[in-house]
Design a protein around this ligand. Structure first.
Ligand code: UDP
Ligand code: MG
Length: 319
């Protein structure tokens, strides 16, 4: 099978250990796609699953030739898997969605309708986050507030990765060479005419979320460090502020010696000052490290993912 240039719609789905989801996903997705009357392809990216995802995908492909499978050589993470799928999608419009049916396929016709109205990016806008835990909702809200404050790229807080993109946007995405793929930021950064279509996000239907909290936290930090240099520049201001405080304290000490003469005890304040500034300096070194690590990773120029085997897809060069 070769890449079909007449594909109008590509649906890209990153999958890691989604074996239990495959059947239900395809049943709903294919019904919706057939009803659109468009020539479509479904690009499934198997992100190093160690369950039966691959076997189930191959079985689906036997039934539905419009299914294409990219099997990555290992788990590269959702962001890299998404990038792989987007790179290999050839539709005039590309829909990106999760495998766990949290992004309802039934919304796709609405996305297409807005695209036909002339919007180049149509994203699914979560109406409420009622299904998420209180902790996840609050931390997500705090993250978006912080991100939008620190970065020039503004993230719509209700948008996930579920979206339709015009070919022009997809081409723009593939020109971004960076390895830190914070897709939410990248999607926002490329610009274009964007609009949200509200929907209720249901709970994951089966399987498990691959995002434990510490991974989410790393992910949030990754997003911030990739899209803002404020954490780096912050230290200038912290440095100036502490220098000013130290200066006033020095003046105060000098005046006190004038007035009361020299007194020796001062062990406690010295200790506190040393420990405090030691801590502050270590944090600032850590922040430098975050950026240097990023520079290191980018300069190595490794590919973002490695396709072990592609089924029904023209082998394009790995990036
Ligand atoms: N996913 C992936 N690689 C990973 C983690 C997740 O391809 O390392 C896929 C997963 O199979 C699903 C989508 O990314 O299709 C969203 O994952 P999940 O449902 O775990 O995230 P959540 O909905 O909890 O944000
Ligand atoms: Mg999910």
């Amino acid at each position: 099978m070769s890449t079909n240039k007449t594909v109008e719609l590509s649906v890209v789905i990153p999958m890691r250990n989604e074996g239990p989801m495959v059947g239900a996903l395809f049943a709903r997705l294919i019904a919706v796609l057939n009803a659109t009357g468009k020539a479509y392809e479904i690009v499934c990216v198997n992100d190093g699953s160690d369950d039966d995802t691959q076997a189930r995908l191959l079985a689906q492909q036997q039934q539905f030739p419009s299914v294409r499978i990219l099997e990555l050589s290992r788990g590269f993470g959702k962001e890299a898997a998404l990038t792989a799928g987007i790179d290999h999608a050839c539709g005039s419009a590309v829909v990106v969605m999760d495998a766990d049916l949290q992004d309802p396929p039934e919304l796709i016709p609405d996305l297409i309708a807005k695209w036909q109205d002339g919007y180049e990016v149509v994203y699914g806008a979560r109406r409420s986050r009622d299904h998420d835990s209180w902790l996840k909702r609050t931390t997500a809200k705090a993250f978006y507030a912080l991100f939008n404050k620190l970065s020039d790229t503004k993230l719509p807080p209700d948008a996930g990765d579920f979206r339709l993109m015009d070919r022009a946007v997809v081409e723009a995405l593939t020109t971004l060479p960076e390895h830190s793929r914070f897709m939410k930021g990248i999607f926002a950064w490329v610009g274009f005419k964007q609009i949200g279509v509200p929907y209720d996000r249901p709970e994951r239907q089966a399987g498990e979320s691959q995002w434990p909290y510490f991974k989410l936290f790393r992910f949030a930090l990754d997003g911030l460090f990739s899209f803002s240099t404020v954490p780096l520049r912050l230290w200038t201001w912290i440095g100036i502020a502490t220098a000013l405080i130290a200066l006033s304290y020095a003046l105060f000490l000098v005046v006190r010696v004038w007035v009361y003469g020299i007194d020796v005890p001062g062990y406690a304040s010295l200790m506190v000052a040393i420990l405090f500034f030691g801590g502050v300096q270590l944090i600032s070194v850590g922040v430098l490290g975050e950026y240097i690590g990023r520079i290191f990773r980018e300069t190595k120029g490794r590919p973002l993912y490695i396709v072990k085997r592609a089924y029904g897809v023209d082998e394009k060069a790995n990036r």
